[in-house]
Design a protein around this ligand. Structure first.
Ligand code: HPA
Length: 268
């Protein structure tokens, strides 16, 4: 099954062609359920989609309306560390892009490489470093989607970043700006790795997002991305982080992030 066929299936199933989608990261999955659900399709029912295995990730595509606009939530994502190949990881983003998506909002949980970005912080991603050693764009280029050598200049949309900065200011929500380095995981980073990432200029480390952003940009979709800091990296302490800790910190920030995203959707 290729994503063009999945896109056709979904367009038919949804009866509309949403231009905005939001990928919900670890601890943020419940956000979709605070809206009136117009349609919920489990990933396992969507031709071509794999099924989510991460414990805190549900696997559903959810249609809601925000500011009178149809919006799709991807509740749960496929991580490379779960054993999916890169094409499976990006299949949902590819499918939505093939359906005519214009705006992708990506969220994730991340570890912090900066003392000032403490657990519970909301960080707008300004740039990334792909340290996964993998790239979903490797292979034959889908010319229908985009060009062979897509530019990664301003892949985090400057206009979207300005709009959301303004919204955060108006609402009195403190947000940071940061550079995200993507690793495969599943182990958390060593102290030496964290120190190296910090020297490269990275502020956040995580195990997702970059593959999705690469294919979205390849397909001409505009991207806004936020991390919620769930833990300090090993630079600051060496305790293991429980899943409970990660979920708790994500919950604190998620209602603020929801309020920024809803207002952003109203303004674009
Ligand atoms: N490292 C990588 N990915 C993560 C982390 C981390 O510390 N926290 C949440 N996702």
């Amino acid at each position: 099954m290729n994503y063009h066929e999945s896109a056709k299936w979904l367009l038919n199933e949804l009866g509309c062609s949403p231009e905005i989608a939001i990928i919900l990261g670890t601890g943020l999955g419940d956000l979709a359920e605070s809206f009136e659900i117009k349609k919920l399709i489990p990933y396992k029912d969507i031709p071509g989609f794999a099924t989510s295995t991460a414990p805190s990730h549900k696997g559903n595509l959810i249609l809601v309306e925000i500011a009178d606009k149809p919006v799709l939530f991807l509740q749960g994502r496929f991580h490379y560390y779960e054993g999916y190949d890169m094409q499976e990881v990006v299949f949902p983003t590819r499918t939505l892009t093939a359906m005519g998506l214009k705006t992708l909002i990506v969220t994730n949980a991340a570890g912090s490489l900066r003392k000032e970005m403490s657990p519970g912080s909301i960080v707008q991603i300004t740039d990334h470093i792909n340290f996964m050693g993998r790239n979903p764009l490797i292979g034959p280029n889908d010319e229908e989607m985009g060009e062979r050598f897509p530019s990664m200049n301003e892949q985090y949309d400057p206009q979207y970043r300005a709009i959301t900065d303004e919204i955060a200011r108006e609402k009195g929500i403190k947000t940071h700006h940061g550079i995200y380095v993507a690793v495969t995981g599943p182990n958390l980073e060593t102290r030496a790795e964290c120190a190296a990432f910090q020297m490269w200029g990275a502020d956040l480390v995580g195990m997702s997002t970059v593959p999705e952003v690469l294919v979205a940009r390849h397909g001409g979709v505009r991207v806004l991305a936020y991390s919620i800091v769930t833990n300090y990296s090993n630079l600051f302490h060496s305790d293991a982080h429980s899943q409970e800790e990660i979920r708790h910190n994500a919950a604190i920030a998620s209602s603020n992030l929801k309020s920024i995203i809803c207002e952003f959707i109203a303004r674009i």
